[in-house]
Ligand binder design. Structure first.
Ligand SMILES: C[S@@+](CC[C@H](N)C(=O)[O-])C[C@H]1O[C@@H](n2cnc3c(N)ncnc32)[C@H](O)[C@@H]1O
Length: 339
């Protein structure tokens, strides 16, 4: 643990806030301050680094100031120096290569001077591509400015295990939130019907290994990626990866938790065939499910999913819908229960 209590600002994707709040509350006093932002007081930056529902964590300093120039004052710079030192002291040690200032008016002389001063404190050059990300913005109480120092060179949502760039892979913080909603426990038998690069099951292994875990995908290259990701994650627990059409593969039924993040748009399929696939996946999930099983469908095809739920006697009851928002996309989780 570090010596300083950091006032952290945690960035989350819209839809992950409540899950992130629960997770962050284990580390200290946490509060949701908007749909995409939390605050957390903690001195344990190593633990903050392991947050799985958070996109990025920054240590913040809020100071009474009328303009950013005042952030150059010695007392403020000293305090920022202490925060930076504590950020660098994390174990395993982090290396930053350059400082990137993100602020309205980042190119004004005052902001440039601020960037240079902070880069000096951190012992790295100013660099527009830098990985020590510093944001400067007006603070919440009027008459204050806030400096935010990202605590890691890469966002927390960038997983070290993701060695293969699989098109359509789900964001890992969304996957972690979906798993919270599905409430997967150690006694569960979990099936990801369209596992792609394995994000859900690999994320689940970081929380708890289920009794049985199976990931199926039509595309052998997806299964290769999923295997590589599981290896890189180095977590306890086995996963059976199956390259096959889940609608036909001979799988032993009795799954208590099922998941699917089917193709959307035209990325892996076509809109019309996607609707048929949604209906087929629900029917197949019902065949493979244990009584009282839960099914999570994470899809961008909202209207089509509503139609499928209205038209087909799918064998599934809708418990709730959970919306996410990510860079112009609105994926939605349909949480269903057998019955
Ligand atoms: C949006 S991607 C899933 C991405 C995955 N969640 C990840 O994080 O990598 C949809 C996947 O569904 C697979 N798929 C489509 N039809 C399938 C079927 N009938 N059986 C199994 N997989 C299927 C595609 O090959 C594709 O990998």
């Amino acid at each position: 643990m570090g010596q300083i209590t950091h006032e952290l600002v945690l960035e989350v994707l819209d839809g992950c806030g409540q899950s992130a709040l629960q997770e962050a509350s284990r580390l200290g006093f946490a509060r949701l301050v908007g749909p995409t932002e939390l605050t957390l007081n903690s001195s344990d930056l190593d633990a903050v680094r392991s947050l799985r529902r958070v996109v990025a964590a920054s240590s913040s300093l809020t100071v009474p100031a009328r303009r950013p120039r005042e952030l150059l004052e010695t007392s403020v710079q000293q305090r920022l120096g202490e925060l930076l030192e504590d950020i660098r002291r994390q174990r395993p040690r982090l290396r930053f290569h350059g400082l990137r200032l993100e602020a309205a008016g980042a190119h004004t002389p005052d902001m440039r001077r601020l960037a240079a001063a902070m880069a000096d404190l951190a012992g790295v050059p100013v660099d527009e591509e830098g990985d020590l990300v510093v944001r400067v913005r007006r603070g919440a109480p009027p008459g204050t400015w806030q400096v935010l120092l990202r605590t890691t060179p890469r966002p927390l949502s960038t997983r070290a295990w993701r060695t293969v760039d699989y098109p359509g892979a789900v964001n890992a913080t969304i996957a972690a939130t979906v798993l919270d909603q599905l409430e997967v426990g150690p006694e569960d038998s979990v099936l990801d019907m369209t596992c792609g690069s394995g994000t859900f099951l690999v994320e689940q292994l970081h929380v708890e290994a289920p009794a049985r875990a199976v990931g199926v995908d039509l595309d052998p290259s997806a299964i290769d990626a999923a295997r590589a990701h599981q290896r890189a994650a180095r977590r306890k627990g086995q996963v059976e990866w199956v390259a096959a059409d889940v609608l036909e593969a001979p799988l032993e039924p009795g799954f208590t938790r099922l998941l699917t993040n089917p193709p959307w748009g035209t990325l892996h399929g076509e809109h019309d065939s996607n609707e048929q696939l949604l209906a087929d996946l629900l029917r197949r999930a019902a065949e493979l499910a244990a009584p009282e099983a839960r099914l999570g469908v994470l899809t961008h095809e909202i209207t089509r999913m509503h139609r499928v739920l209205e038209e087909a006697a799918s064998g599934w009851r809708l418990l709730r819908e959970h919306r996410f928002f990510q860079k112009g996309h609105h994926p939605r989780l349909f949480l269903l229960e057998r019955g």
